[in-house]
Design a binder for this molecule. Structure first.
Ligand code: GLA
Length: 387
């Protein structure tokens, strides 16, 4: 159910003049390496075949005129780049556009206005980083229309700054990096300290996403709190091991040695990060060997660690994983992203998709009284112009 780009061009023509250029950026899933990016650690995400697309033409002045087809198709929102204050209603889509323009301009990358439409098929608030897809699509649009030359790593950081300003989350770089750099058929092993990646080509397997459809009201607060606990753990461990600047530098043995320095909660948060880093490296080796059984076990252990040590799961995420774990042909399943709602992924054989989907739909409704949104996804390319 890819987005119909021809239809988008028609929707553009119904509202604006000229021939638009189309720019896209995808959502993401993360195979493993959760809550490690802001600890300078490693993550293993894929961009997915769900995207946000801007169909736009440039303007010579500083005016932006946009209609967001998935929110309010009848309204063209208009603002001036010199008056880029955020709309107070939380998370209004125009804030991401304003945030991206002001971060670029604050860093010396001047922008002109543009007009057109935005549409997408990344489930909004569905745990696959619709906001990064959106912000990365804005960044790509501005970059090309204004002929900006921005170092790719720098651009990822600027997108992160813009998004953090719009959401209040002190997020890491995983989502923005993946939206920009994703590669079809592959995952990216991102070293979040040096902000570089290796392409990890994936063996024959299917990734199924199941969205809890639970609203995530407290996620930003809890996320920032977890991040502060990790920073505290790293500072305390550094009093004994001066080389440590982030939990990425801590081994299991060092953590054990420092247990007396940490409160019970802070110790468990750190243990998640340390063990998740090990699982991520082991996963890359297992994927290279095509050992999906053992990779799947690590995926499942990642969920258990996020549930028990990091405490960012919730009843709905646990239910979806527990259901997926029982289906033959499923290698493993885990929550993805910040937690407290959002989605899980299950990694499975192609033949397991149909029974998995029906088990998730049926059992989740029975256990949690809501309907899950379940779909298979394909690792895809990062942001760019649609030609
Ligand atoms: C959110 C953040 C990411 C990352 C994940 C957890 O998606 O935006 O930077 O920290 O949570 O791994």
């Amino acid at each position: 159910m890819a987005l119909d780009h021809a239809l988008l061009r028609n929707e553009y023509a119904a509202r604006f003049a000229g021939t638009p250029r189309l720019f896209r950026a995808p959502g993401r899933v993360n195979l493993i390496g959760e809550h490690t990016d802001y600890n300078d650690g490693f993550v293993l995400p894929c961009a997915i075949d769900r995207e946000v697309v801007f169909a736009v033409t440039p303007r010579a002045d500083r005016v932006v005129r946009l209609a967001a087809l998935d929110f309010d198709p009848a309204t063209v929102v208009e603002f001036d780049l010199d008056d880029a204050g955020f709309v107070q209603s939380q998370h209004h889509w125009s804030n991401y556009v304003k945030g991206m323009v002001s971060v670029l301009e604050a860093n010396g990358f001047g922008c002109s206005g543009f007009e057109g439409i935005i549409a997408g098929d990344v489930p909004i608030g569905g745990g696959v980083s619709s906001s990064s897809a959106f912000t990365a699509a804005v960044a790509t649009t501005l970059e090309v229309l204004n002929g900006l030359t921005v170092d790719p790593k720098r651009m990822v950081e600027l997108i992160l700054d813009a998004e953090n300003a719009a959401t209040g989350l002190r997020g890491g770089i995983m989502d923005q990096y993946t939206a920009r750099m994703g590669k079809a058929g592959s995952a990216l092993l991102i070293d979040c300290r040096i902000k570089e990646h290796e392409i990890v080509s994936l063996p024959e397997m299917t990734i199924v996403v199941a969205d809890t459809r639970r609203a995530r009201t407290l996620a930003a607060t809890a996320y920032n709190e977890r991040r502060a606990q990790c920073e505290l753990a790293s500072r305390l461990i550094a009093t004994r091991y001066p080389g440590v600047t982030a939990l990425r530098d801590v081994t299991n043995a060092m953590l054990d040695d420092c247990r007396d320095l940490l409160s019970r909660d802070v110790y468990r948060r750190a243990r998640h990060v340390v063990t998740e880093t090990e699982r991520t490296h082991a996963s890359v080796e297992l994927l290279a060997k095509g050992d999906l059984e053992r990779f799947g076990r690590l995926v499942t252990q990642s969920h258990q660690s996020l549930r028990d040590d990091y405490e960012v799961s919730c009843e709905e995420l646990d239910a979806l994983c527990e259901i997926a774990w029982t289906v033959p042909g499923v290698y493993g399943a885990r929550m993805v992203g910040a937690g407290f709602g959002g989605c899980i992924i299950a990694v499975c054989e192609a033949g397991a998709v149909a029974p998995l989907t029906s088990a998730l739909m049926r059992e989740y409704a029975r256990r949690c009284g809501r309907e899950a949104d379940v779909y298979a996804t394909v690792p895809s390319d990062g942001a760019g112009e649609i030609l």
